[in-house]
Design a protein around this ligand. Structure first.
Ligand code: BTN
Length: 249
C-alpha cells in the first residue's frame, strides 16, 4: 500500500465569535509555518465557497477549517475532500439527519424529488506536485440556522430545520472532527465509506467539466476522487466538475 499519510500530532482549536473566513485564517496560519490547527467560528462575515462564490455564514452554523500537512503528492489531495464529506455525513446521521453525498462533496438531504444542500466543503492547498506543503479543508455546516436566512439558489436546508430542534454544536463538531481525523489518516478507507453514503452511484448524471460535458450512468468512484461514468460511447473518468443528477428516462 501506501504513502505515509500518518499524522498523529494533536490539533489545537482556535475559536472566533466572528471572523471573515476560517479558510483565510487557516491559510494565513499555514503561511506562518503553523500546522495541525482547527479554526472554528460562530459567524463568518466573508465566507468563501467554490468557484469564488460567497458562502453565507450566519451565527449558529458550524464554520471550520482544518489545517494539516500530509505527506502526499498534490494529486492525492481530493481524497481529503471526500473524507470531509463522509465525516460530516456520519455526524449528521448521528444527529438524526439522513444526509447523503452527491459527487464529489455536496452533502444533501432529500425532500421528495429535490435535494437540499446542508454542507459546503472547500479544500485549498499549496505545494509541489510530488508533495503538498499544506492542506486546508474548509467545512461549512448549516447547523442551527434558519434556511430562510440563506440564499435560495443553494436550495439550502439545516440540521435544526431537519430535526425540528437545534443540534448540540459542540457534540456535533467533536464527532465530525473525530471522524475526519480517523479518515484522514487512513485514506484507503475513504472511498469505501464514501460509496456507502453516495447518492450519485447508479444514477444518470450530467457532469460539466471545464472542458466538456459528460452524460451517462455514474457507476463508481476511483482514487483519489474521480467519477466513473458509463456513456453511450464508453467509459469516461472525470476528476472534477459540477454534477447534476438526471431523472431516469
Ligand atoms: C461550497 O461552495 O459549497 C463550499 C463552501 C465552503 C464553506 C466553508 S465555511 C468554513 C470555510 N471558510 C470559508 O470561507 N469557506 C469554508
Amino acid at each position: 500500500s501506501a504513502v505515509e499519510y500518518g499524522l498523529d500530532a494533536p490539533f489545537s482549536v482556535e475559536y472566533h465569535d466572528s471572523i471573515p473566513s476560517t479558510n483565510a485564517r487557516a491559510r494565513d496560519l499555514a503561511g506562518e509555518g503553523t500546522s495541525n490547527v482547527v479554526v472554528l467560528a460562530d459567524e463568518q462575515t466573508g465566507g468563501r465557497g467554490r468557484l469564488d462564490r460567497d458562502w453565507h455564514s450566519p451565527s449558529g452554523g458550524v464554520w471550520l477549517s482544518v489545517l494539516f500537512r500530509p505527506d502526499v503528492p498534490m494529486a492525492h489531495a481530493p481524497v481529503f475532500t471526500l473524507a470531509a464529506a463522509v465525516a460530516v455525513t456520519r455526524a449528521a446521521r448521528e444527529a438524526g439527519v439522513e444526509a447523503g453525498i452527491k459527487w464529489p462533496n455536496d452533502v444533501l438531504v432529500r425532500h421528495g424529488d429535490t435535494e437540499r444542500k446542508l454542507v459546503g466543503i472547500l479544500t485549498e492547498m499549496e505545494g509541489e506536485a510530488d508533495r503538498v506543503s499544506w492542506v486546508v479543508v474548509g467545512i461549512g455546516v448549516n447547523a442551527n440556522v434558519d434556511p430562510a436566512d440563506l440564499p435560495d439558489e443553494a436550495n439550502p436546508t439545516s440540521l435544526s430545520a431537519e430535526r425540528g430542534e437545534p443540534v448540540d454544536r459542540r457534540l456535533f463538531t467533536q464527532r465530525l472532527l473525530e471522524e475526519f481525523h480517523a479518515l484522514r489518516q487512513d485514506p484507503e478507507s475513504v472511498l469505501d465509506a464514501w460509496r456507502e453514503y453516495a447518492t450519485t452511484l447508479g444514477k444518470q448524471v450530467r457532469v460539466e467539466t471545464p472542458s466538456r460535458t459528460v452524460e451517462g450512468e455514474a457507476v463508481d468512484i476511483q482514487f483519489p476522487g474521480a467519477l466513473v461514468i458509463e456513456t453511450e460511447s464508453g467509459t469516461e473518468i472525470v476528476s472534477a466538475g459540477d454534477c447534476e443528477h438526471l431523472r431516469p428516462l
